[in-house]
Design a binder for this molecule. Structure first.
Ligand SMILES: [Zn+2]
Length: 475
């Protein structure tokens, strides 16, 4: 934006009645943030920068300015799935249809879906996603087009996508056809991707082994080695399902963390999604090895499980906050997360509250995904990832404590401005860098094309009666 600065001192000044910088400053009234070349050069009372001339000023007024939200675990391309899974038959839908259908995806379909997911993200105040999926290149390209910051990893599994795990309804177990060559091919793709995107201002590549039960011990070690030699994060799912635990018991280990520790996989490079099926000893091991995690409450509730988040935090595990697939509205997820965590948590554990959630969604999340030195707080020296939320709203009228107001009452619909790296990417209900109609049409057409390719899989499955004919794009 420096080209637009002209005679100005800074590129952008954002002023708002309240600011929660997520530093030791607490809440700042009549606040301003000044941005030059994408970097925050001033953050504090507006009076402190009154003499500065700006290329552009955002006067937010009755609003609150917070650091951009960091969605610490996503699959933005999974927006193509829409609402295809119903509680009535989650496992059948996933194993019999969704996983095999993923084999019908390609770069263009993932790109179309990722753009829709990232648009949803920026309009909900999310400025960073931490994503793992097939066709990582498509996700990274989408991030640059939408203008969002993204940690992106190629998904590595040890089976072919045209031969995904088969599910037995009776025993509720699944069986896999292992294919080492395919895992090596996917990891090589992931390494090439990481080498290509390293040093990009918005995209930080990572290595993405899907989960311990989808990869052999050898390939998990190869993934960890690759991340270590590239100096990037390792972003697996850990302790997500009981099926994962059962597979690792077959390998002779009780629990995902014990197993991953024994094979030398755990290090501070690991940022783990979920961490649900872990006991206290495993929590202590995870904390000791310095891994971070993403707490993804609504996603886990959809799988009818929930992580021991208070014990994980008490042990010192750094946790971000994630939505996983589908919705990107982190603010809307906070209230149920707090209630369920406290309902299920130990009676003697410190209850989870609004400040904990907002910290996870900003400063802790930024550190968890490896970007803590660049983002997560509003302070000079950090990149300007900022969100403005309008407080002129019937639900947000009574602000006795702005952090509690945000966590319990706000949602993505209160976001008026999303700023990433100093660029306003969402403003007044509209995306700034792309044509919304084109993105939505391409996403919808891509989803219909994908379903047409998978029509044979859907027929006769748990989804057969539920997929509306219109979803196939047939008028
Ligand atoms: Zn996930």
């Amino acid at each position: 934006m420096s080209g637009r600065r002209g005679q100005a001192d800074v590129d952008l000044i954002v002023r708002a009645d309240r600011m929660v910088p997520m530093t030791s400053e607490g809440v700042v009234d009549d606040a301003a943030v000044c941005v030059r070349d994408g970097e925050i050069v001033y953050a504090g009372p507006a009076a402190g920068c009154a003499s500065l001339r700006a290329g552009r000023v955002v006067e937010a007024g009755d609003a609150v300015l917070i650091p951009g939200l960091v969605n610490a675990h996503t699959h933005v391309g999974d927006h193509i799935y829409g609402t295809m899974v119903d509680e009535a038959d989650v496992s059948e839908s996933l194993y019999e249809v969704i996983f095999p259908l993923a084999g019908k995806l390609d770069h263009d379909l993932l790109h179309a879906a990722a753009r829709v997911g990232m648009w949803d993200a920026v309009r909900c105040g999310v400025t960073t996603v931490c994503d793992q999926n097939m066709y990582a290149e498509a996700t990274a390209q989408a991030a640059t087009e939408v203008g969002i910051r993204a940690v992106v990893a190629e998904k590595v599994v040890e089976y072919r996508m045209d031969s995904t795990p088969s599910f037995d309804r009776g025993s509720r177990t699944y069986a896999m056809t292992w294919d080492r060559a395919e895992a090596e091919r996917l990891l090589a793709l992931g390494v090439e991707f990481a080498e290509r995107w390293r040093g990009h201002p918005l995209v930080s590549p990572a290595i993405g082994p899907l989960a311990a039960d989808h990869l052999s011990t050898d390939m998990l070690r190869e993934c960890a080695r690759a991340a270590d030699s590239l100096g990037v994060k390792l972003v697996p799912h850990i302790a997500q399902t009981e099926a994962e635990g059962a597979e690792l018991r077959r390998r002779g280990y009780e629990g995902s963390i014990r197993y991953l520790d024994a094979i030398g996989f755990l290090s501070p490079a690991v940022h783990a999604a979920h961490m649900v099926f872990v006991d206290d000893e495993e929590i202590a091991i995870a904390a000791d090895r310095g891994i971070s995690m993403s707490f993804n409450p609504l996603s886990m509730l959809s799988c009818r499980c929930f992580p021991p988040i208070q014990r994980e935090l008490a042990a010192g595990i750094r946790s971000g906050f994630g939505t996983d697939a589908f919705s990107m509205d982190m603010l809307a997820d906070m209230r149920p997360a707090i209630y369920v965590a406290n309902l299920l948590g130990d009676a003697d554990a410190a209850p989870l509250g609004a400040h904990d959630l907002l910290r996870m969604a900003t400063v802790e999340g930024a550190q968890a995904v490896g970007l803590g030195d660049q983002i997560g707080t509003i302070e000079p020296g950090k990149r300007a990832d900022l969100v403005v939320l309008d407080l002129h709203d019937p639900r947000l009228m009574q602000v006795s404590n702005v952090v509690e107001t945000l966590a319990y009452y706000a949602s993505g619909r209160n976001v008026t401005h999303t700023i990433v790296d100093g660029n306003v990417v969402y403003e007044g209900g509209e995306a700034a860098l792309f044509d919304e109609d084109e993105v939505l049409d391409a996403g919808r057409d891509g989803a219909a094309e994908w379903l047409r390719r998978g029509r044979g899989l859907i027929g006769g499955s748990a989804l057969a009666d539920r997929v509306d004919q219109r979803a196939y794009g047939v008028p």
